[in-house]
Design a binder for this molecule. Structure first.
Ligand code: SF4
Length: 385
């Protein structure tokens, strides 16, 4: 498994904009919670969750899942109060057991027995079978390293590439880890996953970037790993946002910064190109929840696809401008045909070529027409309507 760490001076030689992003007042305002954790002015949310005592032992089998959700929701309300207090400078206190994070872990593990972590709702027992995502009882990771290609505020990003995915994107750039299970992965137990995160953070990662493939099927393992981690490092969710409502509840009060994709502006493109149903409603519901979660800290990525400006880019930008106007936007121009889009161009003629400069210029014009302006090379912020 690949696990590269990059010394700090080299990071900034390669990505000088990552240094600049530390000082950018607009980004600091939009991503305020993330920056508080980054500058060690506040603890990551998962550290707060570990200090909230659970009134029941969530691992006791006689406690029903329904009861666990009730406990979870009452602890979430306590978390919100505690979070406010700590954000205002109150001390963090000691870890208690069992705690709010234990409750999340216990629920996630129960959910694996009839998996509904994403909107496929396969309801398979993942101890015995795999679902659409091809992830079963084990957390398999292909690599983890300091990613220098992410958005400037995130670099160096301590990125963990989990295997498997609940989407079947015809143009997937990571198809070798998302769509097939090649042999170079490593199974990581929760403690080993925590050690990988610690290593990334010690070597200077600004965040732990859970990505894949897709991290959603790995939620039970990721949450459990945090029971073994004590480092103050922001947890970043880099996802297609097809989580179920329940999975979203488990992630809230744990994730410090969200990096969602909003790929398509309608369900028929999502169905044809990624093989999923009801895409737009699910992805926007989850992005909105992440945004409303408090302190914003959302960077939305939209990869502009050739021939999809009117059906996808325009409705995506309109929705973002209207519903999550404070989110940072990364309008991405780097589309290139990969995987099926390259192998079967006759089946995917619309996306079998690169994006033209003219198409990207039109996408930028659409964003600017909705009030977005570049704050630096790649990121856009909405300044007016
Ligand atoms: S994570 Fe989604 S795709 Fe995977 S088994 Fe669970 S419900 Fe199915």
């Amino acid at each position: 498994m690949d696990s590269r760490m990059v010394p700090e001076p080299l990071v900034y030689r390669y990505r000088p904009d990552a240094l600049w992003a530390l000082k950018n007042s607009e980004l600091r305002e939009r991503l305020s919670w993330y920056y508080s954790v980054l500058f060690n002015e506040a603890p990551a949310k998962y550290l707060i969750a570990k200090r909230i005592k659970s009134p029941v032992d969530p691992y006791e089998p006689q406690v029903s899942l329904e009861e666990l959700w009730k406990v979870h929701d009452s602890l979430s309300a306590i978390f919100k109060e505690e979070w406010k207090r700590i954000a205002n400078g109150a001390p963090l206190g000691e870890v208690v057991r069992p705690n709010y994070l234990d409750v999340k872990v216990a629920i996630a593990k129960r959910m694996m027995k009839r998996c509904e972590l994403c909107e496929w709702r396969c309801r398979v027992n993942r101890e015995e079978k795999i679902g659409v995502c091809r992830v079963g009882r084990e957390c398999f990771v292909y690599s983890y390293f300091h990613h220098l290609g992410e958005e400037a505020p995130l670099v160096p990003s301590g990125t963990i590439f989990y295997g498997g995915c609940n989407f079947r994107c015809a143009f997937c750039q990571n198809w070798d880890i998302s769509q097939v299970k090649s042999s170079r992965y490593e199974v990581l137990a929760p403690k080993a996953l925590a050690e990988a995160q610690e290593e990334l953070a010690i070597w200077g990662a600004r965040n732990i970037n859970h990505v894949g493939g897709e991290p959603t099927p790995h939620i039970p393992f990721i949450l459990e790993s945090l029971l073994y981690l004590d480092t103050n490092v922001a947890q970043l969710w880099n996802s297609n946002m097809y989580m179920s409502r329940e999975a979203m509840k488990l992630l809230k009060d744990v994730i410090d910064i969200w990096l969602p994709d909003l790929k398509y502006g309608n369900d028929s493109c999502a169905r044809r190109l990624s093989g999923v149903k009801n895409y737009f409603a699910v992805a926007t519901r989850n992005i909105l929840e992440a945004y409303e979660e408090g302190e914003g800290s959302v960077i939305v990525r939209h990869l502009v696809l050739p021939n999809h400006l009117e059906c996808c880019t325009r409705p995506v930008l309109r929705w973002l401008a209207e519903k999550v106007p404070g989110a940072v936007l990364n309008l991405m121009d780097q589309y290139r045909p990969e995987y099926k889009a390259a192998e079967e161009p006759e089946r995917y003629p619309d996306i079998s070529r690169r994006l033209t400069r003219e198409e990207f210029r039109r996408a930028v014009e659409m964003a600017e027409g909705l009030g977005y302006r570049f704050t630096q090379e790649e990121l856009m912020i909405r300044r007016s309507g």
